[in-house]
Design a protein around this ligand. Sequence first.
Ligand code: ADP
Length: 360
Amino acid sequence: MHAGVPDGNENIRVHVRVRPLNEQELARGDQSCLHIAGDARTVHFVGQRDEVRSLTFDSVIGGSSQPQVFETTDAAQLLQDALEGYSVTIFAYGQTGSGKTYTMTGPDSLALSVDERPPLPTDESPLGLIPRGVGALFDLIAQEEASGRLTGGCSVRASYLELYNESLNDLLNPESTNLQLRSHVKTGAFVENLLQVECESVADAMMVFAEGTRNRKVGSHALNKDSSRSHSLMTLHLTRRDAPHQGGRVCFVDLAGSERLLESHSKGEAAKETGHINKSLFALGNVISALADSRKRGGHIPYRDSKLTRLLQDSLGGDGRTLMLACCSPSSHHREETINTLAFASRAKNIQNRPVVREN
Ligand code: ADP
């Protein structure tokens, strides 16, 4: 069992992050509809008629501290797991403006200037989980080598993928037009022709991260895309030279805004057909519901309904390790989306893992 995680599914851990009320919300006089309990694991949600619902997670984190997120979620242990060959996924879920990008990357203004050594996980810099994770991973590799537990080092290759309207874009090679989602019997889903850049050092990995993040922004402006509807997946593929067949990986996922799901529920099938909602996010909700529904245990899980769920199949319900950060605004103005996010996170907590049965 990981430190700080008292119970629940070890393979999927679900943490809630509540950002502070922002200036606009304060100016409007919005009340906070979320209150974090003293155990730092329970959140009390106050509904429209002052009814209170209490939900418990692996942790509930308030405030703006980025090191606190790294520490509380025990992200360092996940990096260790990846080095031991696990497929690790760290993803942020929530409505647009709830703090997903802040949590994964950092404040908007900082993302593009990231080209040097990232902060130590404990530094009070506002950089998010990806740069902290990159720094901590290279430190871990160095430590393991120094202690003799890792002989010959470990190759780190980075890829950075964007999924927009079910189309795949290589953020490290934006001109590429021949990406194909394929399945491999042993290693699961992968994207053929996606560039993987060898990173010799932490500086290399940070450059790749900055470049992909910049390309995502530039592309969304140039092509007039609604960036809140795209998913981004930055993956670090690890190959230990002492165990080349036991490749682990860490995939950081910044998901599209979940408010589209709310739209779909109010408008039903019609919304789906006219493309208002994000197919992948919708499918992710269905996969999580199916995995969490004990009556369906052993039944069909609709991984193949979207590219995102195919890519995350190993992490969700399989033997990978998954960390979900459910990001919420505390504002009473966003009550409906917030309870939706918390309900989604609760379902994810109930996922029962089982061996992956791969479909080609
Ligand atoms: P999302 O990615 O979910 O659309 P963002 O991460 O862009 O949301 O957050 C929206 C705004 O709120 C940004 O300006 C961001 O810097 C700010 N913000 C988000 N979370 C926090 C936090 N925990 N502390 C301080 N500011 C935050």
